[in-house]
Design a protein around this ligand. Structure first.
Ligand code: AMP
Length: 393
């Protein structure tokens, strides 16, 4: 396991915490949802209670290396300050000497927030001099931003070359949950995979084939598999470069006794539109001018049965074109069944999480991962580069 803030002495230390305050902000610069800010309170409070000087660093939006007042972290500072009932100072320009002065003035238990780290192009370039300068502000680095842990940026990765790095409580929880599910699952272990980017998902299947009992496949990626077994898919989304690999994975699953269940019926339409006429098609028997938009009712019933019996569930990706009400039924049903199940469940990926949130059943899911790309990388069996930089316990 990796070291966490519990494993080091932080008293009197300057602690640079890379948080993820990439929160939704409206036109009036009001925070629409502060879940990500609230989620960091246990780590911040722990550090404050143990006498650290806390320096917070985050990105917000995509300023592309340019200063953009609409993406300033000032509204986040105001919200955090209110939540902690404590003043927080603000460093406008990370590269300016005034920031070093602010840090030098800090007392134990003080908090300083740095301005949006992505105002500097050096951040995403993982510029070494920039990372060194950032590290120079602190004695210890805490990784608390799981959602960016798969990216080698200066404030997530580069900085850890210069000062000791440990996990915050959020990253610790993410790592523990994935470890439990992937290495000590209760059986049956069921993976539900959907979405459109099959090139991201096939490596997940490759890794999970050695671990799970059943894989339910829906969404756009299903059509590459249906093509691989010789079915006609009409205009459905397909990655022709992956058909052979999909076939190999189906063969491998058979050899290992792992069930891969593809949709048996599909909601088809001619266009992505709320007004589109829909038709049901059995898998492999699509009309030439229709494309698959959602899993059909028979498939929903089959998936429901499997989910009900599961004791461990991992779900990533919508099983239909979730952005349209017309094609979100399958995904919403899956969200409902996963929430209802007694299994330990982990959900990752924006659309799957949105489905669970929209049904108001988040509390019934064991763990909602904060990282889309990062959780996929973990499911692919890879170590996150930023986590690799953290000291082992
Ligand atoms: P991913 O990032 O790979 O998880 O893909 C998410 C996207 O997959 C969402 O934008 C969905 O609209 C899309 N998607 C799901 N099912 C389908 C489908 N049958 N055809 C096209 N796109 C789909």
């Amino acid at each position: 396991m990796k070291k966490t803030i519990r494993d080091i002495d932080v008293a009197g230390k300057r602690v640079l915490v890379r948080v993820d305050y990439n929160v939704p902000i409206n036109q009036e610069l009001k925070i629409v949802d502060d879940t990500r800010i609230v989620a960091t309170l246990p780590t911040i409070n722990y550090l404050l209670e143990h006498g650290a000087k806390v320096i917070l660093c985050s990105h917000l939006g995509r300023p592309n290396g340019q200063m953009d007042t609409k993406l300033s972290l000032r509204p986040v500072l105001a919200r955090l300050s209110k939540l902690l009932e404590k003043p927080i100072s603000f460093a406008e320009d990370i590269l300016d000497k005034s920031t070093v002065d602010l840090v030098n003035k800090m007392q134990n238990g003080d908090i300083l927030m740095l301005e949006n780290i992505r105002f500097y192009k050096q951040e995403e370039e993982n510029n070494d001099a920039f990372a060194k300068k950032l590290a120079g502000l602190a004695d210890v680095f805490v990784l608390e931003a799981f959602a960016t842990a798969h990216r080698k940026h200066a404030s997530t990765y580069g900085v850890a070359k210069y000062i000791p790095a440990v996990c915050g409580f959020l990253v610790e929880e993410e790592l523990l949950m994935f470890d439990k599910v992937l290495n000590k699952p209760e059986r049956p272990f069921v993976a539900i995979l959907g979405g459109a980017k099959i090139s991201d998902k096939l490596p997940v299947i490759e890794n999970l084939i050695d671990k799970v009992d059943t894989i339910l496949i829906g969404g756009g990626m299903a059509y590459t598999f249906i093509k691989a077994i010789g079915g006609s898919i009409g205009m459905s989304i397909i990655d022709n470069t992956k058909v052979e690999l999909a076939k190999q994975l189906l063969d491998k699953a058979k050899e290992k006794g792992v069930k891969i269940i593809l949709p048996i019926d599909n909601v088809g339409a001619k266009e992505f539109s709320e007004d589109a006429d829909t038709k049901l098609f059995s898998s492999g028997f699509f009309a030439d001018d229709y494309q698959g938009m959602d899993i059909g009712p028979k498939t929903i019933r089959v998936f429901k049965k499997v989910i009900k019996k599961a004791r461990t569930i991992v779900w990533n990706g919508p099983v239909g074109v979730y952005e349209y009400d017309k094609f979100k039924k399958g995904t919403n049903k899956i969200a409902k069944y996963v929430a209802r199940s007694k299994a330990m469940s982990i959900i990752g990926g924006g659309d799957s999480i949105a489905a669970v949130q929209s049904l108001g059943v988040c509390k019934k899911v064991t763990h909602m991962s904060t990282g889309g790309g990062a959780s996929l990388m973990v499911l692919q069996g890879k170590t996150l580069p930023c986590v690799e930089m953290i000291e082992d316990n």
